[in-house]
Design a protein around this ligand. Structure first.
Ligand code: ATP
Ligand code: MG
Length: 583
């Protein structure tokens, strides 16, 4: 694992969220998988070796759920001087693509792990086929002529035993000939399958003669037209693990029932080495979003988001574009840990890791999203002054920068009220505020349009307050941000809300799209930014003072585009507080 030795503090605790792997010296208790790996090492199981794999299907890009699995698999291997390989589980030609495979490797590297040279299940198609013939010869697999529906109905259910296929007792010789004909392309899609011959009354439905091969006359993105029969997940997975020398095959809980089948196949085959062991852990779910590649693909195909890298998606490329740093994602994964109980984590918790990171590292800048013009009537005509502003008060070593100040400014429309209610301490007629890194500013008058809307503020400044305080000791109750109207650059700013209104979209069997939020993105095309922001490198994140953290988009455009990564308010702390109060 490269460069993962950060120590982003856990929100609200001031402690480090990094796991034992992050080298911070504060080890967190080992999770059940890591305990097992340690115990295996002590017992000399697998000859003391540790080898894991991360096995995505290249039918989409990675999401943050995958990040949990990446951190676990690469993390466990690294902690034990072992090996973790990226293996594309490319057993289903439909929907798989080399572009997804390349993107997945990129996503892993971005997250901070070395994907190395990826392996592919399709590299083992020949070996898998040989092993299939081996099972046929042993009388442990047979060719079934029934169609998919009949096979499924014949399996029975939890209370009904399955019924044997009329083809179940074909002789090994006949089966072998038929399997070779299947491979040679003599049958159409769905005409025949190869099934393992296990037990049609087995209490585990997956053991009721599972399908090993189906016929698909379809090109494969790597294997081309070499094959027209493709292995199922179950027939491919354990064998691929065994071929590679995987010791600990870590997968999510929905595969718990598949473990028996995983073991059955491996027990029946002449394996090259130790038998790998499958262990299941809980999937990561987050509130207000969906997490499967299929559901994400549906959002994209339906035009509800712009693509896999839409900043509203929980995909790694979406989060990257949104300004989520890989360090924060790793720290979040370390914090939530690995358990055997499925649950859903609040998205606010993830956001708090992102905020904590940027609070430490992001440069401060000023930008005005909804500009209101201020004219300073007592400012010397045409004069421009360079004000010094700290780049990051959390990190004085980041130094200061110059921000041009002149007699015409933009301030945030929200920072002015013509008739302020109690507790509104910002600008109002006759009211004085402090300008960040500037002077005290008083609103003397307003210019209004025909509908009474405020067009412009006429103000005066106090030249003695350039140090941030008034020498006569008078106080102001608010500090607001600004940009010089004569120097500001224009920018487009995207603000984001939850992609789904419901905390758990699709709960109770509803269609997740019912709670899709059509207002999840608000585009502001006329924001005003301090001129230095034009130099902010694409892909980097800055704090717009008082507004949140914003990531500069990498795409070249007429004017810079910034995505709001996350706001400044710690919503996670509020959730914790409400819980503490028993709400
Ligand atoms: P999806 O439904 O999003 O396609 P999948 O389960 O089919 O996900 P793959 O890409 O085939 O995922 O699998 C890659 C690995 O990532 C698997 O080992 C899988 O268990 C794991 N994984 C996928 N989603 C999650 C998640 N939400 N939390 C933890 N691990 C996950
Ligand atoms: Mg999948």
């Amino acid at each position: 694992m490269s460069g993962a030795a950060d120590a982003t503090p856990e929100p609200g605790t001031g402690a480090t969220a990094a796991g034992a792997d992050e080298g911070t010296g504060r080890a967190r208790p080992l999770d059940f998988i890591r305990k097992q790996v340690v115990a295996d090492g002590e017992a000399g199981t697998f000859g003391g070796r540790v080898q894991t794999r991360f096995p995505p299907e290249p039918n989409g890009f990675l999401h943050i759920g995958h990040a949990k699995s990446v951190c676990l698999n690469f993390g466990v291997a690294a902690e034990h001087g072992g090996i973790c390989r990226l293996r594309f589980d490319d057993t289903n030609p439909a929907g798989e693509d080399a572009a997804y495979a390349r993107g997945i490797a990129e996503d892993i590297a971005w997250l901070g792990f070395d994907p190395g040279v990826p392996l592919h299940t399709s590299e083992y198609f020949e070996q898998l086929y040989e092993w299939a013939e081996h099972l046929v010869v042993q009388g442990l697999a047979y060719v079934d002529d029934q169609d998919a529906e009949t096979i499924s109905a014949g399996r029975g259910d939890f209370t009904t035993p399955g019924v044997a296929s009329p083809w179940r007792d074909r002789s090994p010789t006949e089966n072998l000939a038929l399997l070779r004909d299947m491979r040679a392309g003599r049958f159409g899609d769905g005409e025949k399958v190869l099934r393992a011959r296990i037990d049609m009354t087995h209490p585990n439905m997956l053991m009721r003669d599972p399908v090993m091969y189906r016929i698909r006359h379809a090109g494969h993105f790597r294997a081309g037209d070499a094959w027209c029969i493709y292995p199922t997940y179950d027939w491919a997975h354990g064998q691929s693990d065994a071929i590679e020398g995987v010791t600990h095959s870590l997968c999510t809980l929905e595969f718990e029932g598949n473990r028996q089948l995983y073991d059955w196949y491996l027990d029946k085959l002449p394996l090259p080495g130790d038998r790998p062991r499958q262990t299941e852990f809980a999937r990561l779910n987050l509130t207000h979003t969906v997490m499967s590649k299929r559901a994400l693909g549906a959002l994209i195909d339906g035009g509800l988001v712009d693509g896999w890298d839409d900043p509203r998606l929980p995909t790694l490329r979406g989060l990257r574009r949104r300004g989520y740093p890989p360090e924060a994602i790793r720290a979040f994964c370390a914090h939530i840990g690995v358990a055997r109980v499925n649950g859903t984590h609040e998205i606010e918790l993830l956001e708090s890791f992102v905020r904590t990171h940027h609070n430490r590292f992001a440069q401060r800048r000023m930008a005005v999203l909804r500009p209101l013009e201020v004219v300073i009537d007592n400012w010397p005509g045409g004069h421009v002054e360079c004000r010094r502003a700290p780049n990051n008060p959390e990190n004085p070593a980041d130094g200061t920068r110059e921000v041009p100040f002149s007699g015409r400014l933009w301030i945030e429309r929200d920072d002015f009220m013509i008739d302020p209610p109690r507790k509104f301490y910002r600008l109002a007629p006759g009211r004085e505020v402090r300008l960040r890194a500037g002077y005290f500013l008083r609103c003397d008058d307003t210019e209004t349009g025909p509908d009474g809307e405020v067009l412009r503020l006429r103000c005066s400044y106090d030249p003695t307050t350039g140090g941030g305080q008034a020498p006569d000791g008078r106080k102001v109750r608010a500090t607001i941000h600004w940009v010089s109207a004569d120097h500001a650059a224009d920018a487009t700013v995207a603000l984001y809300d939850r992609l789904f209104g419901d905390p758990v979209p699709g709960a109770d069997g509803r269609d997740p799209l019912e709670s899709y939020n059509p207002d999840s993105r608000e585009l502001i095309t006329a924001a005003k930014i301090e001129p230095g922001l034009l130099e902010t490198p694409p892909g980097s994140v800055v704090q717009f003072e008082r507004l949140g953290y914003f990531a500069r988009d990498t795409a070249p455009g007429e004017q810079p585009l910034f995505h709001r990564t996350v706001g400044l308010r710690d919503e996670w702390a509020n959730i914790q507080k409400r819980r503490g109060q028993g709400a």
